[in-house]
Structures are given as C-alpha cells and as structure tokens.
Design a binder for this molecule. Structure first.
Ligand code: IVH
Length: 660
C-alpha cells in the first residue's frame, strides 16, 4: 500500500511538471505517448484505490483539460501542404505543365504571402464559431477551440444576415515580430527560456492548456482557404477571399490576381524586397490557380495539391568559421562530409553543423578547415555551406580529403559517380544503426522514443544488431542499462508493441529501400496491395507502375532479392509484425485512365477517386500505356492524341456504366 501511495504521488508530481512544461513554457520534454502512459497509469491506480483519490489530482481537474485530452477532431477536408519551388524557371514549368494538363492556353493565378505561422481550421455553424483545431497529421487535429476563441481576430459570429449552415476555413495563426520581441524580453527577465522564433511562440500559445496564455500572447490570424462550405461555392480563389472577408474573417494581406505566371514572379520578387520591413514573418509566396474548376480538375498528389505551389524566398545567410570537417556514413553507405561550425544564429536558430554534400561540392566551394564561410538555412532543411570568404584566409587553413576506409567499419571505400560509398551494407555498424533509426522514424513504423541516441546505446550494448532485434528486446535487459528506469523502459516497450501493427506504405518506407521515399511507398501500396506481391514483383512489373523508372525498379527488385534483406523481413514477420494490407480488387485493376474535357455528373476529384477505389490509376497525360480516355464536353488535345494513338475513348456515361 505504501508503495502504491508513493507511486501515485510520484505520478501526480511528474504529470503536473509536464503540464507546466508543455502548456506554460511551450517546451515539452516527453512525447505525447510517454505522457499518456503516465496519465493512464495514474487513472488506473486511482480507480483501483479510490481511497487515495484527491481533488487536486491532475486527473480531477475540471475545465482545463489534460494535455492528453485535447480531443482529436477530423478536418472538414484534408489540410494539405504545398510543394516548394525556389526559382522563376520552376514556376514557369509549373505554369506550362498545368496548362498542358488542363488543356488550356493560359491560366490566371492568385499570389499571396506565405505566412510563417501555425496552421489551424476554424469551423462556423450557422454563423457561430463552434470548433477549431490544429493541422495535426492533415486529417485529424487537436481541439483547441477555447484557445482560438482567445484570439481577437477569430470572430465569435460571422458577419452577414443569412449565415451558412457550415463554413470551415483554414488560416495561419501568427505572432507579430514586435510582440515576439516583447515576449522574449519578459521571458528572459523572468529567467525563463526565450522562444526561438515567432512561429514557435505562436504554436506554443495555441497548444496551451490555459486560454489566458493564448490571450496574453496577442496572436493574430489570417485566413486563406475554404475547407467546407454549405453555400453556393465561389468559382475562383479571389471570390473565396472576398467571401471570407464579407464574413468578417481577416485574410492574407496583399493577395493579388496575376494574369500570367510572369506577374506572379514579379509579385514574388517585389514582396521579397519588402520582407524585412514587415511586422510578421513570411517565408515565400503561395501561388494558386484562380479557377476552382481548374483546381478540382488538377486534384492532388499524396500530400500536396497540384494547383498551387509555395515559391520560397531565398534562405537567410550568416558568416561563421569551419572548425572541422567530419564524415558521416548514411543508411545507404554514402559518406557525407559535414562541417562543424562555430555556432551561429541564422534567422533565429543556432547552427553548429552544415552538410557539405560530397567531395565535388567541397571542391566546387574550395572549402578548407578553418575557413570563414556563409551558411544558409531554408525552413527545416539541413543547413548548408554556400560560399567561402577567401579574403578572410590566414594561411593556417588545411584542406580536406575523403578517407579511403569507412570511418565506421574500416572497409575500403568505393567511388560511385560523385559519391564515396562504403559497400559493407548491413555489415557496417553505421549503416545498420541508420537503418534502424529510419525504420523507427515517425513516417515509417513510428516507434516513439527510438532516437539516434537510443539506437547508439542499444547497439553498443549488443542488444540490437538488426531491425528485427527491436522486437526481441527484454525489459530486464533494458533495465540494466545506464539511465533506463521503469518508466522509460515501459514507454519504449509499449511504443515497440504499438508499432507491430503498421500500414503497408509505412512498412515499405521503413525498410529503407534506396530511392523509395514516402511518395513512392504510397504508390507501391496502392499498386500491389500486399507485401507478398511487392516482394515477388519483377523489374517489368515494377516498371509498369506510374512514376517508377528503371532506377527505382532496379533498386526495389535488388532489395527484395538480397538474401540478407529477405531473411530480415521474414524475421520481422515471425516476431509478430503485422502489415495491414488491402488486397485491391476492382473493375479497373491496373488500368491507367486519363480524363479530358468537362464532366457533367462527376467532379474531377470524384472521378479520380472512383478510379482509385476500383483499383485503377488516374493519370494526367496520354501515353502509349494509357488504357483508356474518358472524354467529357469540349475535350481538347488529349482526345486528339488518344485517337491518333489508337487508345480507346469512352464517354462519362460509359465510364459510369463500366463501374455499375
Ligand atoms: S494554402 C492546399 N496559403 O504554408 C493548400 N498556405 O507549406 C493549403 N501557409 O501548410 C495551403 N500561408 O500552413 C496556403 N497563403 C497561404 C499560406 C499557407 C502560409 C502555410 C500553410 C501550409 C504551408 C505549406
């Protein structure tokens, strides 16, 4: 009994500490699932021993919810992200491919600032603000309604006499730079940590237990898109902005109609010049196709729409000194030189390492150890060295050369075009460790807490030497390790347990096949449906998949034919990993279908979804392996091309009959 009382007291103290770190300080030190486990344990103990229940237990707090109880909310429609581009040429290419896909001569755009804040959804029912949530994973977010109510520019009621039954909008919450600087002054005067940038301060305030904190941070919001609307849909993005404004919502400042891609490019360059004079952070310009019909026709990729791009501003740069150049061995054996820098702050973030990519890049830059260099940081991308300041050389600099042997396993290094590679594969400790971290990553099977450091330690202690060993870890062995207490051990073990059940795309991505990222993994899942079919696929089968070229097909086939990998996958299955598969059946199995012209009964997105649900693949250009073309009214060049190539053409009605 004494032990139970002690454990309850311990848990309450811990949970209160983490609530404070998360809500008040905006700096959580444990993951959501670690926190959830603590709360769950406390709840269970209190249920089993009600004699210890007290009113001040964090499980008993009314009003302010516990961190884990920020309810999850499904968005009215997915909150997608944007593809980033960096040059005028890329924008012109976007313009060209979009016109080709749409079969039109000319497209109008709306350009607007890309606000560097925190994305949220606001839902109004009959004109009243009823719900607001964070972006979360794009489909589900956290219910932060009360905090959003505390933002002065989130109206409680929409303007207008006849409010729509439903209006869900997407917007960006941000903190003005002046308020951010004030906040950091207060933070440091009170001996608290300062926030790295306005975005983090805004995000911390929105995901805070106490709406009072949100209010005190003086946040602002700008809305830029509809997620759902029960009224008559606008026909352009510009009309959407007008609708939002008429409804009393603040919209992205300075949005402008651009009649050509060149006008959008000019908008970008003009705004970039003004960037430092503004009182809020921008990281680029969002360029959206104005016509919503065109938007619908183009549809989306896995996570991005095809009708908009983020044309990013040039990254901010600073000068610092290269203290050393070291070599890292990556998951695929590539040796990457990394510059260790004298720490420097670039756009609010302290940087102490920057990638030098490869030997060609080192030669191109002419960088030596001891050099002063310009480093840049663009968003969340790894910082890189962009220029050597030769005038600052003292003569004591020394040049760098690639080691001849792998720094991790000593194997002779091989040169493969611009890369130096350690060929030892899973015989090289660095590559094994990297493959384990990759397998456990958030976008792969997602084992919370399985960080580089954890892998390093478990590997050094001889507890894991391959991915499948993760599933054989024993509580007693872990508890013997330095720094592993009950809590940490149980958290990791339960995270491992949870990861046993994983969707096929995440599992494929987690295997770390060269050239197979998240996007290709998702395509492979759709195409093959089961792991077994993918493992058995020949290079020719793989080449039949849209977006899979010879290099990717070869890499996938080699991976599954390699006996070490085959054994490792079999072992994973025998250790109880269950891949969630979806055998794809349907009328259109494996068929590639192009839509052209305007459809009457279906919207483009509905038509594409029907194709996918029936095992087919909607594609945007007519090629020799297109199976058929569905032609609506006013079909243009694609119809012509299909006729010339002798590809079957059917009407919308025939398409629907096919599926009936
Ligand atoms: S539109 C489907 N417009 O940038 C298109 N996004 O990198 C959805 N953002 O996740 C986004 N300003 O949080 C759009 N004017 C703007 C924006 C904007 C900032 C953010 C948004 C998005 C991210 C994409």
């Amino acid at each position: 009994m004494v032990n139970i009382a002690k454990r309850i007291a311990e848990l309450r103290k811990e949970i209160k500490k983490h609530n404070d770190l998360y809500y008040a300080k905006g700096k959580p030190v444990v993951s959501d699932s670690e926190y959830d486990l603590m709360v769950r344990e406390l709840r269970e103990l209190e249920k089993a021993h009600p004699e210890f229940l007290t009113a001040d237990s964090p499980t008993q707090k009314v009003g302010a919810p516990l961190r884990s109880t920020f309810a999850k909310i499904e968005h009215a429609s997915p909150m997608l992200s944007l593809e980033s581009i960096y040059t005028d040429e890329e924008l012109l290419k976007f313009d060209k491919t979009s016109s080709e896909d749409l079969e039109v001569q000319h497209i109008e755009y709306v350009a607007e600032p890309k606000l560097d804040g925190f994305s949220v959804e606001l839902v109004y029912e009959k004109g009243t603000f009823v719900r607001g949530s964070t972006r979360g994973d794009g489909y589900m977010g956290e219910d932060v309604t009360n905090n959003l109510k505390a933002i002065k520019n989130v109206p409680a009621e929409l303007k207008g006499a006849k409010p729509p039954a439903l209006l869900a909008v997407r917007g960006e919450v941000l903190m003005h730079i002046g308020d951010f600087q004030e906040l950091n002054k207060v933070q440091s005067a009170a001996g608290r940590d300062v926030f790295a940038n306005p975005r983090n301060a805004a995000a911390g305030a929105v995901r805070n237990l106490d709406p009072g904190v949100t209010q005190s941070r003086n946040l602002d919001i700008y809305c830029y898109g509809l997620l759902a609307y029960s009224g008559k849909m606008p026909s352009t993005h510009l009309e959407t902005i007008e609708l939002l404004e008429r409804s009393g919502l603040k919209t992205a400042p300075g949005a402008r109609l651009c009649r050509t891609a060149d006008e959008a490019i000019k908008y970008h360059h003009d705004l970039e010049k003004k960037r430092d004079d503004l009182d809020y952070e921008l990281d680029g310009v969002v360029i959206k196709i104005n016509s919503l019909e065109y938007q619908d026709r183009l549809g989306m990729r896995t996570t991005n729409p095809r009708w908009a791009v983020a044309y990013k501003f040039e990254a901010r740069k600073e000068v610092t000194r290269v203290e050393d150049i070291v070599v890292q061995v990556g998951r695929t054996g590539v040796l990457t030189p990394v510059a260790l820098l004298q720490p420097v702050e670039v756009g609010g973030v302290t940087i102490s390492r920057a990638t030098l990519h490869n030997m060609d890049e080192i030669e191109r830059l002419g960088v030596q150890v001891g050099d002063h260099v310009k480093v840049e940081r663009a968003g969340d991308v790894i910082p890189k060295v962009v220029e050597v300041i030769r005038d600052k050389r003292s003569g004591s600099e020394r040049s760098f050369s690639m080691p001849l042997k792998c720094p991790s396993c000593g194997t002779q290094v091989e040169k493969e075009d611009v890369h130096y590679r350690c060929p030892a594969g899973l015989g090289c400790p660095a590559q094994v460790k990297e493959s384990m971290t990759h397998y456990a990553a958030k976008d792969a099977v997602d084992i919370d807490g399985f960080s580089d450091r954890t892998v390093e330690q478990l590997f050094a202690e001889g507890l894991i030497s391959g991915i499948s060993d993760i599933y054989g870890l024993k509580r007693d062995d872990l508890l013997k390790l330095d720094g592993w207490k009950d809590k940490k051990t149980d958290n990791i073990l339960s995270a491992i347990e949870r990861s046993r059940e994983v969707t096929l795309d995440r599992f494929i991505f987690g295997l770390g096949i060269r050239k197979v990222g998240k996007h290709i993994a998702a395509i492979l899942m759709k195409k093959f449906g089961t792991l077994d079919k993918l493992r058995k696929a020949s290079v020719d089968d793989l080449l039949g998949v849209n977006e899979v070229g010879p290099e990717i097909a070869g890499s996938i086939s080699d991976f599954f034919r390699n006996p070490v990998n085959a054994t490792e996958i079999d072992k994973l299955m025998s250790m109880g990993v269950r891949v969630i598969e979806k055998e794809i059946k349907g009328e259109l199995l494996g068929k590639k279908i192009v839509f052209t012209g305007s459809l009457n009964k279906l919207s483009r997105s509905e038509a594409k979804k029907l194709v996918e649900d029936n095992g087919g693949e909607p594609i945007s250009t007519v090629t020799s392996d297109t199976d058929f073309v569905v032609a609506g009214d006013k079909a243009g060049s694609k119809l012509e091309k299909a006729r010339k190539a002798g590809i079957q053409v059917i009407s919308e009605e025939e398409f629907l009959r096919l599926l009936a």
